[in-house]
Design a protein around this ligand. Structure first.
Ligand code: GTP
Ligand code: MG
Length: 431
């Protein structure tokens, strides 16, 4: 059977069986690797792939050519046959040539974490925007990998014609054509998305002028959509799958202080989020960047919850949303014993502890939301003349009450949303 026939056979199978593989360096904690592989197994499950085994190789650096060592590769081949596995899933991103070499040298079919996430995004995208964003990410992922196919074609043609040099030329030309086609497609999707974004930006701008915006963010499966539904009765999909939500949904919510706030449910984050996806989902993530308040939902029943909080904050920083005020919401407390909640309380005293599913503490959450969104405070700033950017920011963010040019800088008395206060922490003075 040729490897192409084998690939077709795999994709036609109802359930794909896979073995997971990861490397463990001396500085890595085995528990972290296990946690990450548990998450990979959940990703596989969401993608409809059954995991039949997991293997970890202790190794300081990945082998440049094949990622794993040859003895380990041979062993994996045997295990795959024994366990009836079709494919290896690496818990790290393989380079195009590593995937190619593992196939060439050991006849191992491989995929990786990024490809799995892309696959899930592909099947969960519903709106035109989400579909375009996923397509863009896929093309960006494919571009450097195209060579794999054509190198294979070269070797097939090469051996058939007995003249490797000539046939390589055919493959190379085709490769260049294909790459150009993909680049053109990327450009065209970029243009379509830009047009769509202009429309969405205008809508968002109008909303911003009228309402305060709160955005639900957090790790995938934290319970963001469940919370969103509990607050708004929107009825968006909540599911025990990773990345159930790809399209953001917004809904007005009356917190009881007169004005509505607009609240938005968004796509979840994950550790090692493929960079192609972050780039493609920039527009969706804009919802988070432009919010007045972030509701950061955490699955408190996940043993890694502290690490997950950090992961989400890391992505927020990457997209430029780390300065936005945040309410930390520790969710799923119905799954935790009281003593655990008390412990968490010590660590995160300002967090709000809820069960979105059982609607526990929802009123308290609403009051906190209201407090954050409506409260403004008045205080004085003294900004040295050298820090003109800070003064510009103050003019943008604050309502100006008084302004005075003093010897040592500009004195401003301002009213500002309480949460924005920390932006000017260094400049606050008494009078
Ligand atoms: N026990 C319990 N389960 C919850 C709670 N909140 C959400 N869940 C469950 O957690 C799973 C994920 O919930 P979602 O609301 O879809 O999570 P999400 O953060 O929107 O996930 P993605 O959109 O996939 O990133 C579902 O099975 C929910 O029923 C809770 O308070 N308690
Ligand atoms: Mg969701």
């Amino acid at each position: 059977m040729t490897s192409e026939e084998k690939l077709i056979e795999i994709t036609n199978k109802e359930t794909i069986k896979a073995i997971m593989v990861s490397l463990c360096r001396q500085k890595d904690k085995l528990q972290d690797i296990e946690d990450s592989m548990n998450e990979l197994e959940r990703l596989a499950d969401t993608a409809g792939v059954e995991i039949v085994g997991r293997f970890i190789q202790k190794r300081e650096n990945p082998k440049a050519a094949t990622y794993i060592g040859s003895g380990f590769a041979e062993m994996l081949k045997e295990e795959m046959e024994k366990l009836g596995a079709d494919i290896l899933i690496f818990d790290n991103e393989l380079t195009p040539s590593q995937g190619r070499n593992l196939k060439k040298d050991y006849e191992l079919e491989t995929t990786d974490r990024t490809e799995l996430i892309l696959d899930i995004f592909h099947s969960h995208a519903h709106t035109n925007e989400a579909k375009l964003q996923v397509k863009l990410a896929e093309l960006r992922y494919q571009l450097p990998r195209l060579k794999r196919l054509w190198t294979h074609l070269d070797s097939v043609r090469g051996s058939a014609s007995g003249s490797k040099g000539a046939s390589r030329g055919v493959g190379e030309t085709q490769l260049e054509l294909d790459k150009r086609k993909i680049r053109e497609e990327i450009r065209s999707i970029d243009e379509q998305l830009s047009k769509l974004n202009i429309q969405l930006d205008t809508q968002r701008k109008k909303r911003r002028e009228k309402y305060k915006l709160a955005c639900v963010v957090g790790y995938t499966n934290a319970g963001k959509s469940t919370l969103f539904n509990s607050l708004t009765d929107a009825g968006v999909l909540e599911e025990d799958k990773l990345f159930a939500t790809l399209d953001s949904t917004s809904k007005a919510l009356n917190l009881g202080y007169g004005e509505d706030v607009i609240i938005t449910d968004t796509v979840g984050f994950i550790a090692n989020l493929p960079h192609q996806l972050v780039a493609s989902f920039r527009a969706t993530l804009k919802e988070a960047i432009e919010a007045d308040l972030l509701i950061h939902v955490v699955d408190a029943s996940d043993t890694r919850y502290e690490q997950l909080i950090n992961e989400v904050n890391k992505v927020l920083a990457e997209i430029g949303a780390s300065e936005i005020p945040q309410i930390l919401v520790l969710n799923k407390i119905d799954l935790l014993p009281e003593v655990m909640i008390k412990m968490m309380h010590k660590k995160y005293p300002d967090a709000i502890y809820i069960s979105a599913k059982q609607k526990t503490n929802m009123d308290y959450l609403k009051i906190t939301l209201e407090e954050h969104l409506k409260q403004s405070v008045t205080f004085n700033l003294l900004i040295p003349y050298a820090d003109s950017a800070v003064e510009a920011l103050a003019h943008k963010k604050c309502e100006l009450i008084e302004k005075e040019y003093r010897d040592n800088g500009v004195f401003l008395q301002v009213r500002i949303n309480k949460e924005d206060m920390r932006l000017f922490e260094k400049y606050i003075v008494k009078a």
